[in-house]
Design a protein around this ligand. Structure first.
Ligand SMILES: O=P(O)(O)OC[C@H]1O[C@H](OP(=O)(O)OP(=O)(O)O)[C@H](O)[C@@H]1O
Ligand SMILES: Nc1ncnc2[nH]cnc12
Length: 208
């Protein structure tokens, strides 16, 4: 992990709301700064999978802030009406965006966790099958929803969430993630389904 304080001289920290890192008027977030905070763990949770572990990123207040601020910058002046966070790692970022952008937060949960009447979709991920659910009264026609998760692999999870949004009559504005693994085809699959994607960092599968 880089010494975060060594990054400081290159950053002008502006205490405005939302907080931004700027160089002149340009935001200086870049992939190279963020990548070292995402750890590759081979053969987790099963052989052949290189797990991209985002936990180091949350140990660095500066890197965490860079992620949140970059996403806030991207969506601050859009017509998004709701933030949708995906269980479980999407819950680490989605609420931060909902708070900063002053938007309602919709929680998409793994099977069996929601107490009221819910809609469900089944899907596959890189390493298993799963079910995602959402309370059926959370969205309606006219809503424009930003889906938020930590990572796009096959796109199965975000596609299932997008299907649920659409079943409620709402529109998917975009799917945002910290990490994309483009070789697994998820962002392409989402784009083909009419869902634009945005990620801060992309890894090749062979990259360590
Ligand atoms: O693009 P996909 O192939 O769908 O994979 C991406 C999803 O997989 C991971 O979640 P996981 O199911 O491991 O659940 P967790 O967040 O509870 O760890 C990750 O957090 C994404 O939600
Ligand atoms: N390679 C991967 N690393 C972390 N989370 C994932 N979810 C699906 N594939 C993943």
């Amino acid at each position: 992990m880089p010494d975060v304080d060594s990054l400081e001289p290159e950053l002008t920290y502006v205490h405005n709301w939302p907080y931004t890192f700027t160089s002149g008027s340009l935001m200086i977030f870049d992939e190279i700064t963020l990548k070292p905070y995402i750890r590759a763990v081979p053969d987790f949770p099963k052989p052949g999978v290189v797990f991209r572990d985002i936990t180091p990123l949350f140990q660095s207040p500066r890197a965490f802030r860079m992620v949140v601020d970059s996403l806030v910058q991207r969506y601050v002046e859009t017509e998004i009406t709701h933030i949708a966070a995906l269980d479980a790692r999407g819950f680490l970022i989605g609420p931060m965006l909902a708070y900063a952008l002053n938007k309602p937060l919709v929680l998409f949960r793994k099977k069996g966790k929601l107490p009221a009447e819910a809609l469900m979709e089944t899907y596959q991920t890189e390493y298993g099958d799963a079910v995602i659910e959402v309370h059926k009264d959370t969205l309606c026609e006219g809503d424009s929803v930003l889906l938020v998760d930590d990572l796009i692999a096959t796109g199965g999870t975000l596609m299932a969430a997008a299907n649920l949004v659409r079943r409620m009559g709402a529109h998917v504005y975009e799917a945002a993630a910290i990490v994309d693994l483009p070789e697994l085809g998820g962002s392409l699959r989402l784009n083909d389904a009419g869902i634009s994607t945005f990620s801060l960092v992309a890894f090749e599968l062979s990259e360590r």
